[in-house]
Unconditional design. Sequence first.
Length: 89
Amino acid sequence: MSAAPDLLRLRGELERRFGAAILPRPGQGTQEARPGLPTGVGALDALVPGGIPRGLLTLWTGQAGGGRTAALLRAVVHACAGGARVALV
């Protein structure tokens, strides 16, 4: 079973709620190339050269208690402090 229909439905809902804050899908519309967002977590930034891609859905996975939520929240705070807009779904 493909998750693609669910992702398209989610994207549509985000576009309805947040309008222009949601960027076009890669390959659609005019979207200038922008560097990824650094997380502010040195070890994680080393694993993701170029940072977290912008304008794309990014899924964070791992074991329970492994620090996913803490790392994600730190990345969100770091990105927002740098002036980025972040949607955490």
